[in-house]
Ligand binder design. Structure first.
Ligand code: ATP
Length: 213
């Protein structure tokens, strides 16, 4: 039975690949939530810029998710424009969710650097964190981040349904050592990254000449 809650999986998705998609499928199954969204960053504040424009990253996500009605795309950061701060995004999702649980899903590599995010202490006031395993990323938190997370860990994803926000759950997902960086580099070198991402997404990349330089 699906439970009423909103889960979001944020990222640049530049481009979306099977590492993202398999993690989304497994974590949404384990959480059993009614509403699971992949949320592309408009203009990520933590890096110089994206390689593909937001409209292309959105289009690739939509192609990847087209056969999967239970996973949707949330375009609020792309629509908002300007730098995308997750704290602001979660505040707007919290307005929509009322008292329902909200979960922010992210890979271990991203979780390790959470204290570099804008107003990071607000994140757990607004949502639970669901940290997914990723190859080559062991848990490694700074002292202030570890202190902030202390006492918030729950063993089972189901426990996140008891409260609206504030807990952290580690979730094991199949370790697929796929990254957008590697896919972009393969394309730039004229190699073929097939089977690392959906063929519809690869066809879109080719059609629009993305990631060639
Ligand atoms: P890049 O190589 O450009 O940094 P990326 O492949 O890490 O991109 P992002 O869009 O930056 O992809 O990642 C969005 C989220 O997805 C992050 O929380 C990241 O940890 C997670 N993620 C990305 N790839 C994987 C993977 N292979 N397995 C599990 N989680 C992943």
């Amino acid at each position: 039975m699906t439970k009423r809650a909103i889960a979001i999986f944020g990222g640049t998705f530049d481009p979306v690949h099977y590492g993202h998609l398999r993690a989304a499928a497994e974590v949404s199954e384990q959480l059993g939530v009614s509403d699971f969204r992949l949320l592309p960053a408009g203009q990520p504040p933590h890096r110089q810029g994206t390689w593909a424009e937001a409209r292309h990253r959105m289009a690739m996500l939509e192609l990847a998710l087209a056969p999967h009605a239970d996973l949707s795309v949330d375009d609020r950061e792309v629509q908002r424009g300007g730098p995308s701060y997750m704290a602001d995004t979660l505040a707007s999702i919290r307005d929509e969710a009322g008292d329902l649980p909200v979960m922010l899903c992210l890979g271990q590599d991203a979780a390790n650097h959470l204290d570099q995010w804008h107003e990071w202490r607000r994140l757990l006031d607004l949502a639970h964190l669901v940290v997914m395993t990723r190859p080559d990323a062991e848990p490694g938190y700074s002292e202030s981040l570890a202190a902030h997370l202390e006492g918030r860990f729950v063993e089972s994803p189901g426990s996140l349904m008891d409260r609206a926000a504030g807990c952290l759950c580690n979730v094991n997902v199949t370790r697929l050592a796929i990254s957008s960086t590697d896919i972009r580099q393969q394309i730039a070198k004229g190699r073929n990254p097939r089977f690392l991402l959906p063929s519809t997404v690869l066809a879109y990349i080719r059609k629009h000449g993305l990631y060639h330089s």
